[in-house]
Design a protein around this ligand. Sequence first.
Ligand code: HEM
Length: 569
Amino acid sequence: MVQHPFAAALILATLGFSCWRLVYLAFKSTNAIRWTFDLELASTALCSWILAALLYRLTLHPLANYPGPVIAACTDWYNVYWVATGNRHLEIDKQHKTWGTTIRYGPNRISFCSEGAHRDLGAVNANVLRSSVFSSFKKFFGVDSSATTLDPKEHAFRRRIDYQTLMPRILQAYESRVTPHIDFMTTHLAEDLPKASSEDQEGEWGPTQNMTSVLTYCIADIMADVVFSQPWNVQRDPRNRRPIEMLPKSTTGLLVVGHMQTVIRLGLHWVMFFPFIKDILQFLLLAKSFASRRASLSDHDLEGRRDIWSTLLVSKDAETGRTFTPEQLTSEAGMFVTAGTGTSILAVSSTLFYLLRYPHTLTRLAEDIRARFSVNRTSPNQNGSTPACPISWGSSELQNTPYLYACIYEAMRLSPGLPGFSPRVAGPGGVSLDGIWFPEGTELGIPFWSLNRDARYFPDPLTYNPDRWMPVTQGGQGLQPGSGPAAAFTPFGQGRFGCLGRHFAMQEVTLILSHLIWLFDIRQEPRKDYGGKNGNKPEGRGCDDEFQLHDRFTGDGDGPYVQFRHRSF
Ligand code: HEM
């Protein structure tokens, strides 16, 4: 209020006018035609109610003194707008640059960009709950998953069961559900390339590939196979691609709706936001059909190969003795596909983007990987010209390739899987973050995009520098994600909401990248204009050297546009 005297004066004046109108109408009522009077009275009362709410939000609300855009303090339509554009992470970043560490980005929402706040919010025993933003999922689909339920006990129960499917020691069982899809992708890429005249010569460069698309199809096939024992077949059959291509945009829809709890309470979300969510409805129908087909498979059909479904089916919660109901089983299985697809695509595509933008990092990584994994002359050739890649799922040598991990972490820092918020709500009695107390019910979010680029924690933050994550003994800075000086960087979240698939994801991402880099030379499409050279890019998107994302709860990119050629052996 103090910061916005003009807005406050305007609102006061309008409120005064409304009160006068009410009094005037009350006097006039004896002579007025009844329905006209009712209409005028109702609209005046509505305007007065809205203005009173605005006034309260700007003056007496517990968050009234936090800085930020006036419109954000007044209404959540600010959030709806920015979420719908996919640019909310850029807008929030701009606001933090203007106002500092803590900003009010909704009437009841605080964005807190500090390592201390991140630590306190993510602590296992933090007095916070999941925000009602996630409730839109259940409102539309009638079911919840561990990634959306607001009930802490239900969440903990589902998490305990889900964890049993992704424990590091059982991941090896998924090998035959992962590697064939990666092999299909690389074989397909190789088929498009001009043949090299001999093995010890590089070939010609092949056609341009949009790696976000290539990876989307590969990773969707992997996830459907790992979860449901059913290849989605999106790599082979373009007709199957629409649901997976539309998934990022439809999660935006859920996020948009989640910010409008009043609209949901009035049941208007179906009408107002249907265009946003119709694609996710299609996706869920597809997940249901996967689930019913999977339910009809017997152990014999699986030929001894484990999938996530079979583990979920038999797992029992040690604390409560409960198992999943058929509905819970279906919603959890579908959730694994949504949670594990977009995030992994982004991790691989952004790493490729930055490796190509900083060619010395690509050269170093390729030399390292090719030196560690030598050519196996006895294994069958792919497409007659390229020896098969010897790197296998779960390879301990691969897991001990620090520069590969460093390159991925650094790309995830600049292109976080969750560029925006994963909001929490202060529990009964309130919560203290980084020394600041927030009352019960306040919605609190860490702006991951901004935090990961904060020069207080990552000097020279916009430079892609994998050496930050290399051990000191190998000339690096020795940072480790989520601890010590890099505590601000937690690419897989933390605490009781942290990612259950992190070990699986790192195995998958490292395997895909190492296969591409071992098999092919890669270069950026020479003619592609990535950045704001034409001066017509929206604010925050002008940098040529940055992988551009849309915040659709998970980050959604495009490209990089690359060309491959056969490497020499
Ligand atoms: C590089 C890839 C990935 C990244 C960056 C990533 C990141 C994250 C993050 C940041 C969260 C926490 C969300 C929150 O705080 O609300 C999360 C949750 C989750 N992730 Fe991942 N994830 C990745 C891959 C996967 C994969 C492959 C799977 C499954 C196979 C998976 C399953 C989950 C699940 C089930 C949750 C919800 C946990 C809960 O609510 O208790 N993720 N992920």
